[in-house]
Write a protein that binds this ligand. Structure first.
Ligand SMILES: *[C@@H]1O[C@H](CO)[C@@H](O)[C@H](O)[C@H]1NC(C)=O
Ligand SMILES: *[C@@H]1O[C@H](CO)[C@@H](O)[C@H](O)[C@H]1NC(C)=O
Length: 350
């Protein structure tokens, strides 16, 4: 028989582990629909996901997340030890703002105009302005400027943006002139230069632990396969080639940011490496839900039954299962191809 005190001791340890402190005091998320957790719900845009069957596997149901369950940013937050999901900027209250804010906005890009044909969106420059507002709020609550500056340095900052500068800009020549102005290589250069300035702004606002996600293989999304065809290949190869130019330049910029700012740690997450098929297993690139022309799920339609067997939930966005793989391997990388120079668990400890 177990001694009651001993049992109590084990129960207390268990509670301590489960409800332990997160590894960092706060976590801020910048990006697009891959991380949006409801910021677009009240905006005048068609780029929103606050209707079923989105959220069908999420504990709180429909929230505005563009997937069936948790986003990559949600899962990384849990791995970091946050018990509650980081609240969207649109609704964050003073009670919880000090643990971080999610600024992500569906259809938003690095460039101001990206996604504009879908309606309003919070582009990265505006997300950074919103972060200035957040810092003022935290600073007022903490009431000690030195303390707040030290506090913000300990947080994890995640940036996952750039897909809409392709999907909802460069790849729509009838609405956006960028593909007439720039070759794919030139476009990748101007995008990455602008992103570099925005990341420097984030650094100047006190961020010191910054995880930057490269872009996924947009040429393998069901929507772009349907738009452009694949010539018998599994994916639209010229789109993936354009994305690779962006990713290679972005990784280089991450290295430069690290050498320019010795007191900060930037890291690059390689989605191409993380989402490469393991062994011979290849999952077809078809959406789980019924998609409309927009690539989003048809409202109130019934999705596929076994979500765990699908990579894509709608025409563009991964399922929770795919998000779990990405989050897990960016948190603990299987090799330095997944995340370099640090994975996120390492970034948290630095
Ligand atoms: C403000 O915070 C700093 C750093 O944590 C601390 O050393 C200092 O004592 C604080 N000042 C006041 C007035 O509490
Ligand atoms: C990402 O990983 C893939 C697959 O391992 C590799 O081919 C590519 O060069 C990597 N990209 C970057 C920017 O490191």
């Amino acid at each position: 028989m177990v001694h009651p005190l001993r049992l109590l001791f084990h129960v207390l340890i268990f509670i301590g582990l489960v409800a332990g402190e997160p590894q960092v005091p706060c976590y801020f998320i910048f990006g697009d629909s891959l991380v949006d957790s409801g910021n677009n719900n009240r905006l005048d845009t068609t780029a929103k996901a606050n209707y079923p069957p989105y959220g069908i596997d999420f504990p709180k149901g429909v929230t505005g997340r563009f997937t069936n369950g948790r986003t990559v940013a949600d899962i990384i937050g849990q791995l970091l030890g946050f018990v509650d999901f980081i609240p969207p900027y649109a609704t964050v209250t003073d009670q919880v703002i000090n643990t971080g804010v999610n600024y992500g906005s569906g259809s938003a890009g690095i460039r101001e105009e990206s996604g504009s044909h879908l309606g309003y969106r919070i582009n990265l420059d505006t997300q950074l302005l919103n972060h200035v507002t957040t810092i003022s709020r935290i600073s007022a609550l903490q009431n000690n400027k030195t303390f707040t500056a030290e506090y913000l340095k300990k947080c994890i900052y995640l940036a996952n943006i750039g897909s809409n500068d392709y999907i909802n800009n460069y790849l729509i020549p009838t609405r956006y002139p960028t593909s007439k102005i720039y070759t794919a290589d030139q476009y990748a250069t101007v995008l990455v230069q602008q992103y570099r300035q925005q990341l420097t702004t984030l650094y100047n606002l006190g961020a010191r632990k910054i995880a930057i996600f490269g872009l996924g293989q947009i040429g393998c999304t069901p929507a772009e396969i349907a738009n452009f065809g694949t010539n018998g290949k599994p994916c639209v190869e010229w789109i993936n080639d354009a994305i690779k130019l962006f990713n290679d330049k972005l990784k280089h910029v991450v290295q430069e940011l690290n050498s320019d700012h010795f007191n900060a740690k930037f890291t690059f997450i390689n989605l191409t490496s993380i989402s490469a098929p393991q062994g011979d297993v290849s999952v077809p690139n078809v959406p789980c839900c019924q998609v409309a022309n927009s690539g989003q799920c048809v409202p109130n339609s019934s999705p596929c039954l076994v979500r765990a067997l699908s990579v894509f939930y709608d025409g563009f966005h991964p399922t929770e299962v795919a998000n779990t793989i990405v989050a897990t391997r960016s948190y603990i990388a299987l090799s330095n191809k997944d995340a370099s120079p640090y994975d996120i668990s390492h970034l948290a400890r630095l």
